[in-house]
Design a protein around this ligand. Structure first.
Ligand SMILES: Cc1cc2nc3c(=O)[nH]c(=O)nc-3n(C[C@H](O)[C@H](O)[C@H](O)COP(=O)(O)OP(=O)(O)OC[C@H]3O[C@@H](n4cnc5c(N)ncnc54)[C@H](O)[C@@H]3O)c2cc1C
Length: 412
């Protein structure tokens, strides 16, 4: 089978790209070893985070660092057996967390976040999935004055990026979310973002649109990728697929294909877990709520309240450890009446990250017709539309809507 473009990986990033390529007249085959949206894109917190222009950084205040070193925090945890393997990446992450580097990363991220909502609006409208994009934003709640004050500082900083937020006192927060309990003093309501009740459903709606437009989804192993004549080929259950252009959109598994080709990029993972809970009595949440003092999120979803954890530093394929979830769950129960667990075991995902928290997007420098789009870190769902548009523009030879330099493959 021959096509214009092979996209390796049918996560939300690959899907966003495939739809944008089709809109520019390209035939596309999506190759994945499992169903669309069943990788990292399956289990995230469902936020389309217009406000997340500033990258999450390595902590710099002494108390946080001591707690992190002692491995007693909820929002960050490391597996001791992986420490040696992940230490070089952590060092690079620390290096990229200086004020100067963070400002550079924010400038690189800003154009992608600026259009993240409108690009999802377009894709969702075409896919008949507009109703999935829940308006109303999300809440970051606090019980400590200092952390609320810090977040208010961010509100002021982000105003320059056109981002809307409201500071809520305890009374206002109780009106918005009457079932929150505990000693919360207030919240920042980030008003622009969307949220999803089921991230998989959005991937499936985008995949259905892709197939309706004539795109083909096939099962195959991306590691069979080979350079062939003036293009690329990959083995699938439908036989060999060939194309002039091929895009690696494999999220945390990108290195399985890029390393054998000689591209050893600093791709790390911040692992995270989720678990669904029933609610007690008639309790309900209207919006996703992030506990800003502790660092976990609870969100109203199709299968119950989804609790997602912060960052676990461990090798990508290390066995799961449920320490963070065990630590977050009792704290979450103190702010919301969570009932029994729903899932037989927690879901584990891997946020694909570079040390500068800027995605890798662009042509592979030493291989004609090969393109990379991965490492969208904490925000692959958020950026699926804007990154898809950017990459499609590059691949078809249009002028991309923003400067490609900050995302270059060879910037490290
Ligand atoms: C706990 C948690 C919460 C998160 N919350 C949010 C959030 O609220 N908002 C947000 O924007 N982002 C969030 N993220 C991040 C987001 O989920 C990721 O950035 C995003 O899913 C990455 O998408 P992707 O398409 O690049 O990767 P994936 O979804 O992982 O897709 C890669 C695909 O490649 C396939 N694949 C891998 N290897 C092979 C192979 N050898 N052959 C064939 N196919 C292969 C996989 O099956 C998979 O489908 C969160 C992540 C986690 C873990």
């Amino acid at each position: 089978m021959r096509t214009d473009v092979i996209v390796l990986g049918a996560g939300i990033v690959g899907l966003g790209l495939a739809l944008n390529l089709q809109e520019r007249g390209r035939s596309v085959v999506l190759v994945d070893r499992s169903g669309p949206g069943e990788g990292t894109s399956f289990g995230n917190a469902g936020l389309i985070q217009r406000e997340a222009v500033m990258p999450y950084t390595f902590p710099d205040d002494p108390m946080t660092l001591i707690q992190a070193a002692l491995n007693i925090r909820v929002d960050a945890y490391y597996q001791m057996s992986s420490l040696k393997a992940v230490a070089p990446w952590l060092y690079e992450y620390w290096r990229h967390s200086s004020d100067e580097k963070v400002a550079q990363s924010a400038a690189a991220r800003a154009p992608l976040f600026e259009i993240c909502l409108t690009e999802h609006d377009k894709l969702a409208a075409a896919a008949g999935a507009t109703a999935q994009l829940r308006r109303g934003g999300w809440l970051k709640v606090f019980s400590k004055e200092k952390s609320l004050a810090d977040e208010i500082g961010k509100v002021n900083e982000l105003e320059a990026f056109g981002i809307n937020a409201e500071i809520c006192d305890h009374r206002k927060l109780s009106q918005m979310e009457p079932h929150l309990t505990g000693d919360l003093i207030g919240a920042v309501h980030w008003k622009d973002p969307y949220s999803l009740a089921e991230p998989l459903a959005l991937s499936q709606a985008y995949a259905a649109l892709f197939e309706k437009r004539g795109g083909k989804f096939v099962e195959g192993d991306a590691r069979s990728l080979q350079q062939e004549g003036d293009g690329w080929s990959v083995e699938t259950t439908d036989g060999r697929i060939s194309a002039r252009d091929c895009v690696v959109a494999l999220g945390p598994w990108a290195s399985d294909v890029t390393v054998p080709l000689g591209y050893d990029l600093p791709l790390g993972v911040k692992r995270g877990y989720h678990m669904h809970y029933r609610t007690k009595g008639n309790a309900m949440l209207n919006l996703p709520v992030l506990d800003g003092d502790t660092g976990y999120l609870i969100a109203p979803m199709t299968h119950g309240i989804r609790l997602t954890t912060g960052a676990e530093f461990a090798e990508r394929d290390a066995p799961p450890s449920y320490v963070q979830l065990e630590r977050a769950e009792p704290v979450a129960r103190s702010i919301f009446p969570l009932g029994d667990r729903v899932d037989p075991e927690p879901w584990l995902g891997r946020r694909p990250c570079t040390p500068d928290m800027v995605p890798v997007m662009g042509p592979a420098p030493r291989h004609k017709g090969l393109w990379f789009t991965f490492a969208h870190a904490h925000h692959g769902l958020t950026l699926a539309g804007s990154a898809g548009r950017f990459m499609a523009e590059l691949i078809v030879g249009e002028t991309p809507f923003c400067d490609p330099a900050p995302y270059r493959v060879d910037r490290f």
